[in-house]
Write a protein that binds this ligand. Structure first.
Ligand SMILES: [Zn+2]
Length: 457
């Protein structure tokens, strides 16, 4: 719960990155975007598009799944906020704090009382995290059940619960360390802890992004160098790399064995500095043609070359600053107003952590559309980059990109024309139909058109 909320907060101020970095839109790009918007406007809600259509059977599944996804999203968001308010209001947080304080207080050999903050802090954090896990369980179970029914997930329940257990342990280890550090700062600097807390949170974020490809990701999936099993593909990917004057050596291309758990296609860029890499799911290689895989890789190399990870980290850190400052103000206000009722007398009380998490939850809910808007801008930039990068390497870049989106969407049962408000509020990527229509219309090498990232040859 904590890690997810911090991750959402990290996206808080991605937007300014695009205000300065990606706002520029070429006239060719604008025209293709207008074409896509018109195509979606002319089609029925959730219905087929000329550039991305599903069979009647798949369309029905996609439409139903869209309702399920909306329901799960709303339930998850509202329940996430409500459970914290209820835990505070019904005294559960006060009870956890009592248990933690008792567990960490005893008598020393000389008969004097002795307190262990480590025992207190970890006891509180374990109880708090466990409560969140159990309260979130109905929505998580339902979501995974639906994914299995629709064949999006092929993961057995044992493995699924195993993954949940691993996430829980990771949260206890890193979240526990963070709460210990945070409360030491709160006791030491009652008025400026938010500033030091922000610095600590940012350090955790940096270490997390750098280390996760090495230590976190392999706990959940198997990875191997792409070169090992697909040397011929690496040779073709290197053509894309050479074309863009990029520096992505084969050692930084990995294959993830996603097929053990899911049937959907994906690829992503992760890590930074020495851990920076492109990861392609094996499902993408199994279901996409080599040309489509080339485009998917071109899109990912766009994220890599356009420094989307470093930008995300930079503005995530700025978002943390705002979040910690507002969190500090919220904790002060809420304890003054409700502290007596919640039995949380001060910000130094372990229970204040739940109040801070409530502030972070509120902020990340408000920030979700802002973060998603900037994410979509990045994804669109990577789409443009990918399509330009495969020019000259495949017979028809527009059709290759359109077909790649179709196969991506079809395997996830993405509806061709989803509700625009849901796309705006929850979409980390533009709707797949919009991307397919854009790809169809975007030809920067046509007479009079201009490419965005590559010189015209
Ligand atoms: Zn992307």
């Amino acid at each position: 719960m904590l890690l997810r909320r911090l991750a959402l907060l990290a996206c808080l101020t991605l937007l300014p990155a695009f205000m300065t970095g990606c706002a520029h839109e070429t006239s060719t790009e604008r025209a293709a975007n207008q074409y896509a918007a018109q195509e979606l406007a002319a089609a029925p809600p959730l219905g087929n598009l000329p550039d991305y259509s599903l069979s009647p059977e798949k369309l029905a599944k996609a439409q139903h799944l869209e309702h399920v996804r909306t329901t799960v999203y709303v339930a998850d968001t509202l329940w996430g906020l409500a459970q914290l308010v209820l835990l505070l209001a019904f005294g559960a947080i006060g009870w956890m704090r009592d248990k933690a304080v008792n567990a960490g207080t005893g008598l020393a050999a000389n008969g004097k009382p002795k307190t262990s903050r480590w025992v207190q802090g970890y006891t509180f954090f374990i109880l708090f995290t466990l409560a969140g896990l159990l309260l979130d369980l109905p929505v998580s179970l339902y979501n995974q059940h639906i994914r299995r029914v629709y064949g999006l997930s092929v993961q057995g329940w044992g493995s699924w619960f195993g993954d949940m257990g691993k996430s829980f342990l990771l949260e206890l280890i890193f979240g526990g360390l963070f709460i210990m550090l945070l409360f030491w700062l709160i006791r030491k600097f009652p008025r400026t802890w938010w500033l030091f807390g922000w610095a600590a949170g940012s350090a955790f974020l940096l270490i997390g992004v750098f280390a996760s490809p090495y230590v976190i990701d392999p706990l959940f999936n198997k990875f191997e160098p792409l070169q090992k099993t697909h040397p011929e593909l690496v040779t073709r990917l290197e053509q894309v790399v050479a074309k863009g004057n990029m520096n992505i050596p084969p050692e930084r291309m990995f294959l993830m064995k996603a097929s053990e758990k899911v049937t959907t296609l994906n690829a992503y860029v992760t890590g930074f500095g020495a851990s920076k890499r492109v990861v392609v799911w094996d499902t993408s290689l199994a279901k996409g043609t080599p040309d489509e895989v080339l485009f998917i890789f071109g899109h990912e190399s766009g994220h890599y070359v356009l420094h989307h990870i470093v930008r995300g980290i930079t503005f995530g850190i700025l978002g943390f600053l705002l979040a910690f400052f507002l969190g500090y103000l919220f904790v002060g206000w809420a304890i003054a107003r409700f502290g007596a009722r919640w039995r949380i007398p001060s910000q130094e009380d372990w229970g204040a952590f739940a109040v801070l998490m409530l502030a972070f939850s509120l902020l990340s809910t408000i920030a979700a559309p802002i973060a998603n808007d900037s994410s979509r801008t990045q994804e669109h930039a990577a789409d443009v980059y990918g399509q330009e990068a495969i020019h000259g390497l495949v017979a028809n870049p527009q059709e290759t990109a359109r077909a790649a989106f179709a196969v991506l969407g079809e395997n996830s049962f993405d509806p061709p024309n989803p509700d625009q408000f849901m796309e705006f509020w929850t979409g980390s990527h533009p709707a797949i139909g919009r991307r397919a229509a854009f790809a169809h219309a975007y030809d920067p090498w046509a007479p009079g058109a201009e490419p965005k990232y590559f010189p015209k040859d």
